[in-house]
Design a protein around this ligand. Structure first.
Ligand SMILES: *Cc1c(COP(=O)(O)O)cnc(C)c1O
Length: 366
């Protein structure tokens, strides 16, 4: 089957594109006139649309009219200036235009050869962002580490946990998976629990350590130390700590340096989830919130939350990319690199769960 946009589609694209951008611009012009929270009842859309797909094409204008009258009422307006729920998910003109260009070029960048620009730009921009956050050099792609865009913080903590799990299991033997212990606090996002479920960590070995208001709900190094010591005594294997900078329910900031020291002396992989608050740390006056990140094995922040970038864009850095790759790479015949490129290129398919991956592009100059 022949696919793809063709040269003869260019003029139609130009004309429709103008109309579409006008529609979106009007949406933003009027965004404050909508109720922020959608007022529809469950199942509202089935009442408005037919049971089967339309058999005749609509004009673009008819489609946009439907979007206006049937879809917008079912939208909760995350981009509204009056939206204060969950977390900020703010785009920007730069974010929007980047998204448009990515959609326009529509490349798939799972390995270097599938679009060298996709991989090389991502590596470079992740290095820029690492420098903006003043992350230690070990997280840069010029050394043993590097950054990769994941869809969400949940995927970021999962792939970090998989890398950590397999690193320990290579040392102690696969049959001991039931003994691995993962630590977090009772303020840590539920993403860690899901990651443990997927990674096959024994449900009783995922320790959400208690925090309290005296400590502003931060995880205390003493309680981590105590838990690790107890687990070692009964023959378990402390393997992974997820600390948070800006926890979801209490915006708690865990003391990274002290926690990091404990992980280092016990061979525990140290992951930092700064999904929401990490963006703020590009400002020198807030950088101190991630002091201690030099002890971490992996660090994550969601650019799609507070960094003016469209959903989804979650930035993950690791110090030892080979640990990720050992857990996540497969190399079937149809994906093999040329011998001449084999050791000199990054294939992001080996840093993530899916094979396919989209290209994301921001236009920082807007
Ligand atoms: C938002 C958030 C998450 C979950 O993010 P997803 O990207 O939706 O998986 C996890 N941890 C923290 C601290 C968050 O703010």
């Amino acid at each position: 089957m022949e696919g793809g946009l063709k040269p003869m589609d260019a003029e139609q694209l130009r004309e429709c594109g103008h109309k579409m951008v006008d529609f979106i611009a009007d949406y933003y012009k009027n965004i404050e006139s909508f109720p922020v929270l959608s007022q529809v009842q469950p199942g509202y859309l089935r009442e408005l649309l037919s049971e089967s797909a339309p058999t005749h094409p609509d004009t673009l204008q008819e489609v946009l009219n439907d979007v206006q009258s049937k879809i917008l009422p079912g939208v909760t307006h995350w981009q509204s200036p009056n939206y204060f729920a969950y977390f900020p998910s703010n785009s920007s003109i730069a974010g929007f235009l980047g998204e448009m260009l990515s959609a326009g070029i529509n490349m798939v960048g799972f390995s270097w050869i599938t679009s060298p620009a996709a991989t090389e730009l991502e590596m470079l921009v992740m290095d820029w962002l690492a420098k903006a956050l003043n992350l230690p050099d070990d997280f840069h792609s010029t050394g043993q580490g590097g950054g990769v865009i994941q869809g969400t913080a949940s995927e970021a903590v999962l792939v970090a946990l998989l890398a950590a799990r397999d690193k320990v299991l290579r040392r102690v033997g696969k049959e001991l998976i039931g003994k691995l212990v993962v630590y977090c606090s009772d303020q840590t996002h539920s993403a860690i629990q899901k990651a443990c479920q997927i990674a096959g960590i024994h449900p009783q070995n995922c320790r959400a350590l208690r925090t309290d208001s005296c400590n502003d709900y931060a995880l205390s190094p003493e309680s981590l130390n105590k838990a690790v010591t107890q687990d070692l005594t009964i023959g378990l294997i402390p393997s992974f700590l997820c600390a948070t900078v800006g926890s979801t329910s209490s915006t708690a900031v865990d003391p990274l340096l002290a926690l990091g020291n404990i992980t280092k002396s016990n061979g525990i992989w140290f992951h930092i989830d700064a999904a929401y608050a990490g963006s703020a740390c590009v400002c020198p006056e807030f950088r101190s919130y991630i002091d201690g990140v030099e002890k971490a094995d992996s660090f994550n922040m969601n650019a799609h939350k507070w960094f003016l970038t469209n959903f989804d864009c979650s930035a993950l850095w690791v110090k030892d990319r080979s640990a990720l790759i050992q857990s996540l790479s497969t190399n079937p015949e149809f994906l093999k690199n040329k011998a001449s490129e084999r050791n000199s290129v990054v294939d992001y398919k080996d840093w993530q769960i899916p094979l396919g991956r989209r290209f994301r592009l921001a236009i920082p100059s807007c």
